[in-house]
Design a protein around this ligand. Structure first.
Ligand code: ATP
Ligand code: ZN
Ligand code: MG
Length: 507
């Protein structure tokens, strides 16, 4: 590692009166004492190699090593001068600032192509002499204190690792597969339901469901209640559906899914006076002036429910959970979820607005894993004996590991995601078509309890897990295999669904 920093210490007054003393201060007090502190014997610490007084600034070049990085040396200088000139001369240190900072090192993995990290503090990033050269600029005291330098270096490292990871084929491992089922139907459920007027698209990926599909999805929910939530004693909660961005900052969904959220803004000013021009414009033109409207709104303060469980972990922030209160088992189905799926939108199996039951549990590690097994067993019963589906289970890399570019999954198999996939005959053959992930189950280990800093009263770690049951996806998986005619449906399902409501007819 090679470090070279150019910057300055700024004082509250002109310090040219120090002109005659500064050389001695730098060589005798700083380089030989202050910058040697804590550095192992025989190793290089940091050193001011050039200095110059200019008005109320001390301009500096600092070279450093891994034992004392120049930006940490600069923080030391601030304290040093506060004491040194503050007491005798009544001069304060007003600021410290890095104008240019070059760091050259051998990265743990060599980048295969150009790495880019786009933040204003990076001036240049390139390979030089087989090493990585990072040139930083304009870092002030708060940037240094908040460890931007370290965070920039780890972000670069993360990107190098991620490039490596994306190159390999996706991590997907078949765990179990049901026997083949006779194919009763091979039509696209969305198209057929649209033809019958059961559903109608109001916007991309957003549908109105008339009584029949509503009944089908409620039946799915009823099956989950009867065969999973009640026997396993999960309790219902209502989780907030408009999520403050800070919550996602903790889970990593922000920035991980920043391009998929629906963001929420509100009026900058509440007073109707401020909206008068918009009213006038609409009354006169009959149109909505979207640019004008945009000006009246705040930057996004939150987003619409995306993953459902995050606000539940937030509830436990910095709390201790009594050991004998664990495990905690809840479910939420109090509102819709929203995602911008862009080009992926086609049928009901991928929506902008969708309905999902989110099942969440937390406990000690053994409890969390036991609940996972119980849930898996219940799911198998439902898919095999009630819905009679052709489906399979696969272990996949959880979203947060994928985004962090992690590659060592093998020893992490206890943690991770199981995708449940159903064969959709209308998409083609079993072998060559994409199966539908109709739900999944994740054991997240301590990811969320660490993010929100909660433990048990005996100070043991808390493991969490969640499983998202997509009602549209259950319905599509079922209809795609069984068709739209109730007589063709499995008996157990028919008992629960009852007599279907009448279609709403229009001409
Ligand atoms: P996919 O890979 O199909 O996009 P995902 O991995 O993004 O799914 P998760 O984020 O794990 O899905 O969400 C959990 C569950 O929520 C899914 O298994 C599915 O049932 C449901 N779900 C997710 N996105 C949608 C969507 N756009 N439309 C309908 N249901 C969805
Ligand atoms: Zn979840
Ligand atoms: Mg997705």
């Amino acid at each position: 590692l090679k470090f070279r920093l150019k910057g300055y210490v700024e004082f509250s007054k002109d310090i040219t009166l120090l002109e005659s003393k500064i050389d001695a201060i730098v060589t005798k007090e700083i380089n030989t004492l202050l910058f040697k502190r804590g550095v192992p014997k025989g190793k290089k610490g940091a050193k001011i190699t050039r200095w110059r007084l200019k008005g109320n600034k001390l301009m500096l070049t600092i070279e450093g090593s891994r034992y004392l990085r120049p930006h940490d040396a600069l923080l030391r200088l601030r304290t040093f001068f506060t004491e040194r000139v503050g007491k005798n001369l009544k001069i304060g240190v007003r600021a410290i600032f890095i104008k240019d900072y070059s760091i050259q090192y051998l990265p743990s993995k060599k980048p295969e192509d150009k790495v880019e990290v786009r933040v204003p503090w990076i001036k240049e990033l390139r390979v030089k002499d087989n090493e990585l050269l990072v040139k930083l600029q304009n870092l002030d005291a708060s940037a240094i204190q908040n460890r931007y330098v370290e965070r920039i270096l780890s972000r670069i490292n993360e990107k190098i690792q991620a490039k490596e990871y994306i190159g390999k084929s996706e991590r997907w491992e078949l765990l179990w597969q049901s026997p083949k089922k006779e194919i009763a139907w091979d039509k696209d459920p969305t198209e057929e339901m649209e033809k019958r007027g059961w559903i109608k698209r109001i916007a991309a990926g957003e549908w109105l469901h008339t009584p029949i599909p509503a009944r089908l999805m409620r039946t799915m929910q009823e099956i989950v209640r009867l065969y999973l939530l009640e026997p396993l004693e999960f309790e219902e909660v209502f989780l907030p559906k408009m999520v403050p961005l800070e919550v996602w900052l903790r889970t990593g969904h922000m920035p991980g899914s920043a391009n998929v959220f629906y963001y929420v803004s509100r009026a900058k000013k509440w007073s109707l006076n401020e909206w008068e021009d918009l009213f006038d414009y609409i009354k006169v033109t009959g149109q909505i002036p979207s640019e004008l409207l945009k000006e009246k709104l705040t930057a996004p303060i939150g987003g619409m429910c995306f993953a459902q469980c995050p606000p539940f972990y937030w509830f436990f922030e910095k709390k201790l959970v009594p050991d004998d209160e664990l495990p905690i088992k809840v479910w939420d189905s109090s509102g819709t979820s929203y995602r911008w799926e862009a080009g992926g939108l086609k049928g009901l199996e991928r929506d902008t607005e969708f309905h999902r039951i989110e099942v969440i549990w937390m406990g000690k590690k053994a409890q969390a894993l036991e609940i996972k097994d119980q849930l898996m067993e219940r799911y198998e019963y439902i898919f095999n004996n009630i819905l009679d589906l052709e489906w399979r289970k696969a272990w996949v890399v959880p979203w947060y590991m994928e985004q962090a570019g992690e590659t060592d999954f093998e020893e992490k198999k206890e943690i991770g995601t199981v995708d449940f996939e159903a064969y959709l005959p209308f998409r083609g053959s079993r072998e060559n078509s994409e199966w539908l992930e109709f739900q999944n189950l994740t054991v997240a280990g301590t990811k969320f309890s660490e993010a929100w800093k909660f433990k048990t009263t005996s100070l043991r770690e808390v493991w969490t897990g969640c499983t998202g049951i997509g009602l549209e996806r259950w319905m599509i998986a079922f209809i795609a295999q069984k068709g739209l005619e109730p007589e063709e449906w499995p008996t157990k399902f028919r008992e629960i669904v009852g007599k279907l409501p009448r279609e709403i007819k229009t001409i």
